[in-house]
Design a protein around this ligand. Structure first.
Ligand SMILES: *[C@@H]1O[C@H](CO)[C@@H](O)[C@H](O)[C@H]1NC(C)=O
Ligand SMILES: *[C@@H]1O[C@H](CO)[C@@H](O)[C@H](O)[C@H]1NC(C)=O
Ligand SMILES: *[C@@H]1O[C@H](CO)[C@@H](O)[C@H](O)[C@H]1NC(C)=O
Ligand SMILES: *[C@@H]1O[C@H](CO)[C@@H](O)[C@H](O)[C@H]1NC(C)=O
Ligand SMILES: *[C@@H]1O[C@H](CO)[C@@H](O)[C@H](O)[C@H]1NC(C)=O
Ligand SMILES: *[C@@H]1O[C@H](CO)[C@@H](O)[C@H](O)[C@H]1NC(C)=O
Ligand SMILES: [Zn+2]
Length: 929
């Protein structure tokens, strides 16, 4: 308990500082104004194709449209409860189709007079009663209007009932529907997942409702603020088990499972599952395929869930809101995981862990994903955002506290240091583009399902992190909020904290960070003491056509050190002189900004790196990452950035190495098709060789595993890059391991941590024999993370015919699962030989790929990102633009913004390569001598 107290108190204060300090993003200029607009008219559907566009200017004539043409529900009806019965068929019908049937009764209150009932319904065949798609009855004394006509609106996904007379304000009504839907393999709504166990094909009925797929399961008011209580009944075969959000009520016939009524909750958090899975305990349960449970792959997840739940109960000061917690691993699942209340769904790789076969990285992923999803049980589920434009708050908060929960469960991992690497630096990269967007958008800017999907992009997940929690959760439990409610609570917390000083109100400080995109670069001149800020853009010549009311300035909280000593926090906007001697600002990257200095200070920081190496990984990583990005933005010279890597031959710590390698990856991508590559390779070989030797020694010739968590990661980098750069002995080592495995497939001698790297290198240096062996092992793998490593490794071959064959496999769901298709194409594109093949493949079949894999899919935008990463020539830019034009009629869905960013990044790459190629070649040539 002492430990818990320690963590929550300090982190609590830290978070307060962070929150107030400004790591956020968000929404509208005036929430009141905004909500009025959204209510009264909403955004006309036709204009809603580009979610990044600004609201139409006031001169645009307002074209009245029917209420059912709006993507947002009218505010006249409010649901209270649903009784939903679902019957999925796990066998195909006579047509060979998998279906489900069901009926639903929703009780709603009329809060504004209306003669229309508009409720979401998508892809459901509704039974008609006297010619209408639903039955309407009244509760209590209300006289019930009769239905004049009913119809479905495909575009906005509504069932509309026109009544003969009006519903009475304050009265309750009941709408009954019966429906038939397809239990398709489309990973959306109520869908089916298939797998083979002991030679038998098995089918699971499962669901993914977020963001807009509950309406594909039963007619419902499918918006997050339309919370209601759900009474669920699932009809199923006796040999299977049914799961939903709440506990099972006892004493019912085996094949009809009735669930306790849920708490008041949003439709997008519902879940329904029928399977023959097993679980490994009682109230906190991990479910998976029978074989996976028998192999105890769920044990690790179970062992961390309890502690993490306890941690959050303490952290949020609120007990877990439900009577049970189920987590289930599904063979087919589109996202990584989904925080359905009480029944969390996962990809197998995010929940299952095998101590013999899984790597440290797999284990960390399981811990952090579980921690993330459990954080949502309170923040997101108990208190829910009003609308999807506030998604940043939901995801940002969970992405932050997941590290706290995971750190509690695995205290030896130093997991908080990795926030910098995996989250902060990642968002820096996206948010430094002129085509980025403020995290906060108006409600009316996020309307149709594709736009909602796009809100789940990197920025929403990582840019935000923090808030005050206790009064906030208590005030809004079982209810919805907008982000400004949180600022109000934070403001109170600040006022109640003695000694806490902030330069302005929380609202004002946060608005600078949420209402405008991007972040600043802070420049410190240690000779004059001046400190200035400027909008950081990766391409300084790009045009920002998105005006900002704050003129791209921020309240910047600067934590800094002088001559190695931590100083009091400094708020930029109140300029003062700073004493001389070397300065390092933004210590531990606690602020969302980059830092630049005068050359004199840079020189001293660099010489400290090499002479007085401090073993402070996050700090060194920050210097490396800042210099490389400042150089990309032409604020400092490329040579200065490259100089930060010179000390690495002495570095043994993971955090700075990983930062350097990520940044050098950009050089590799830009130059691996040019003459620069030879010199780059020679330099990197020289730098990485000592690290490779170091690991060889501490692992006793590769027979042991380093004990420290981050050393294990660093070993993976060392081996991977050493082989890539041609360090002596590396390739032979790897080939011999893989050979041994091929000779005895039942005994894999490769340590799980090194498998990804070894498989990839062995297949890259091998031929069809190595590839086909990997394919066989992939097909036989019983552990999802093993299958996933092999799937990535098969993209490493250098043989074009193997790569093309593999690309063909990606569109055949019997070979590569649908959930894995786009990421497999991306893997191929990462390979220098595979890149043009993948690009041709995607261009040739865009219509089909988009139709099959693109609609509302979570990770679809990564496909465009992945393929265009190397693009750096005028020719490639023209091809990209042509691709955009030629496919306008097909569309790009949630990849729309990614395509814009790809064009912007390619343009920047072309300029960068032109300007830097000669210096870079010269520098690497000289330094590799
Ligand atoms: C819904 O189900 C509950 C629990 O079984 C029952 O008490 C209630 O009468 C049902 N309501 C409707 C409208 O069918
Ligand atoms: C719904 O009805 C349409 C038209 O009759 C039919 O083509 C479709 O297969 C039906 N859906 C299901 C799941 O049976
Ligand atoms: C909330 O905090 C109070 C006061 O510190 C404590 O007594 C209570 O046990 C806490 N509740 C939970 C659920 O942690
Ligand atoms: C939800 O919050 C709103 C706004 O604070 C409040 O008016 C409403 O009564 C709350 N509803 C419930 C069910 O707590
Ligand atoms: C906005 O910033 C630019 C460049 O820093 C400056 O020239 C301009 O005067 C500023 N405008 C306002 C209204 O502050
Ligand atoms: C590692 O192998 C080398 C030669 O293969 C040998 O000289 C050395 O003693 C070995 N080291 C350990 C720790 O086994
Ligand atoms: Zn989340």
């Amino acid at each position: 308990m002492g430990k818990v107290y320690y963590v929550s108190k300090n982190v609590g204060l830290g978070m307060l500082v962070l929150a107030v300090a400004a790591l956020a993003t968000i929404i509208a200029l005036s929430i009141a104004y905004d909500k009025e607009r959204a209510k009264n008219r909403g955004k006309p559907g036709d204009e809603a194709t580009d979610s990044t566009s600004m609201p139409p200017p006031p001169t645009t004539p307002f074209i009245p449209k029917e209420p059912w043409d709006h993507y947002r529900l009218p505010d006249s009806l409010v649901p209270l409860s649903y009784n939903v019965t679902l019957w999925p068929r796990l066998e195909p019908d006579a047509r060979g189709m998998f279906v489900f049937t069901g009926h639903s009764a929703v009780v709603f209150r009329c809060v504004k007079e209306t003669d229309l009932i508009i409720i979401h319904s998508n892809k459901l065949n509704l039974t008609t009663f006297y010619g209408h798609h639903a039955k309407l009855t009244g509760l209590g004394k209300a006289t019930v209007p009769t239905i004049q006509k009913s119809w479905l609106v495909v575009k906005t996904e509504y069932l509309v009932l026109q009544l003969h007379s009006r519903l009475a304000v304050g009265s309750l009504y009941l709408l009954y529907t019966e429906f038939l839907g397809e239990l398709a393999d489309d990973l959306q709504g109520f869908y089916r997942s298939e797998y083979i166990e002991d030679g038998v094909k098995k089918v699971v009925a499962t669901s993914q409702m977020q963001a807009t797929y509950a309406r594909k399961t039963f007619p419902c008011f499918d918006e997050p603020a339309m919370k209601a209580v759900f009474n669920v009944i699932i009809i199923h075969d006796r040999a299977t088990v049914a799961l939903s959000n709440d506990s099972v009520i006892d004493g019912v016939p085996v094949s009809v499972t009735t669930f306790e009524p849920t708490e008041r909750m949003s439709t997008y958090l519902l879940a329904f599952i029928v399977s023959d899975f097993l679980s490994n305990s009682l109230q906190v349960r991990i479910w998976a395929r029978r074989k996976a449970i028998a192999d105890r792959q769920g044990d690790y997840a179970l062992s961390v869930t309890g502690p993490i739940l306890q941690f959050y109960e303490h952290y949020y000061n609120a007990t877990y809101p439900l009577s049970k917690s189920d987590q289930i691993a599904l063979p087919d699942f589109n996202a990584g995981a989904m925080e359905n209340w009480g029944l969390i769904t996962y990809r197998e790789t995010a929940l299952l862990y095998d101590p013999m076969l899984s790597s440290t990285g797999n284990k960390e992923r399981v811990t952090t994903v579980i921690s993330h999803e459990l954080a949502h049980m309170w923040f997101g589920n108990l208190v829910t955002l009003q609308w999807w434009n506030d998604l940043w708050l939901n995801e940002g908060f969970a992405s932050y506290v997941e590290y706290l929960g995971a750190d509690y469960a695995e205290p030896t991992w130093n997991i908080k240091d990795q926030i910098i690497l995996s989250d902060v630096h990642k968002v820096f990269a996206v948010d430094a583009l002129a085509s980025s967007h403020p995290l906060s958008r108006r409600e009316e800017e996020v309307n149709n399902p594709a736009e909602i999907s796009e809100m789940f992009n990197t920025i929403s997940y990582s840019k935000v992190r923090s808030s005050d929690r206790i009064s906030y959760l208590n005030t809004f439990a079982f209810n919805n909020t907008v982000y400004t409610d949180l600022w109000d609570h934070l403001q109170k917390a600040v006022e109640n904290t003695p000694g806490m000083h902030i330069p302005h109100t929380v609202h004002n400080i946060m608005n600078h960070w949420t209402l405008q995109m991007g972040f600043p670069v802070v420049t410190i001149d240690t000779r004059t003491g001046s400190i200035t800020q400027k909008h950081f853009l990766l391409d300084p010549d790009s045009v920002v056509d998105r005006p900002s009311q704050f003129n791209y300035t921020w309240f910047v909280p600067i934590k800094w050190m002088k001559t190695g000593v931590e100083q009091q926090q400094y708020w930029l906007l109140q300029k003062t002189g700073m004493a001389i001697d070397w300065v390092l600002a933004n210590t531990n990257v606690s602020g969302y900004f980059r830092v630049n200095y005068d050359l004199y200070n840079w020189d001293r920081l660099l010489s400290l790196l090499s002479t007085n190496h401090q073993e402070n990984g996050p700090r060194e990583a920050q210097i490396i990452d800042d210099t490389f990005n400042l150089a990309r933005a032409k604020i400092i010279s490329t040579t200065l950035a490259l100089r930060t890597t010179k000390y690495l031959s002495k570095e043994r710590d993971y955090i700075p190495w990983d930062s350097a390698l990520r940044n050098l990856d950009y050089y590799i991508l830009m130059f691996d098709r040019t003459e620069v590559y030879g010199a780059l390779q020679a330099y990197l070989k020289k730098q990485i060789q000592p690290l490779f030797e170091h690991f060889k020694t501490i692992t006793a010739n590769w027979t042991k595993v380093p004990t420290k968590h981050t050393d294990q990661y660093n070993q993976i980098n060392a081996v991977g890059y050493a082989c890539g750069m041609g360090v002596e002995g590396c390739r032979e080592l790897i080939k011999s391991w893989y050979r041994q495995w091929m000779e005895n497939p039942h005994h894999n001698p490769i340590h799980p941590n090194l498998k990804s790297t070894v498989y990839c290198s062995a297949i890259a240096f091998g031929g069809v024999e190595e590839w086909d062996f990997a394919w066989r092992m992939f097909k036989n793998a019983t552990l999802a993370s093993e299958a996933s490593r092999l799937r990535a490794a098969m993209s490493c071959t250098k043989a074009p015919w193997l790569l093309n064959r593999y690309l063909e496999y990606t569109l055949d769901p019997t070979k590569i699962r649908k959930q894995d298709a786009t990421s497999t194409i991306q893997y191929v594109a990462r390979n220098i030989v595979g890149m043009p093949l993948a690009w041709n493949f995607v261009r040739a079949r865009w219509g089909y790929i988009f139709q099959q894999y693109g609609k509302g899919s979570f990770s679809f935008s990564n496909l465009i990102n992945g393929i265009t990463k190397r693009f750096s020539s005028e020719f490639e830019l023209q091809e990209l633009k042509k691709f955009k034009e030629e496919n306008l009629h097909v569309g790009f869905g949630s990849a729309t913004l990614a395509l814009e960013q790809a064009i912007e990044k390619t343009t920047a790459n072309i300029k960068w390569v032109t300007e830097n190629k000669a210096h870079v070649l010269k520098w690497f040539t000289e330094e590799s001598k």
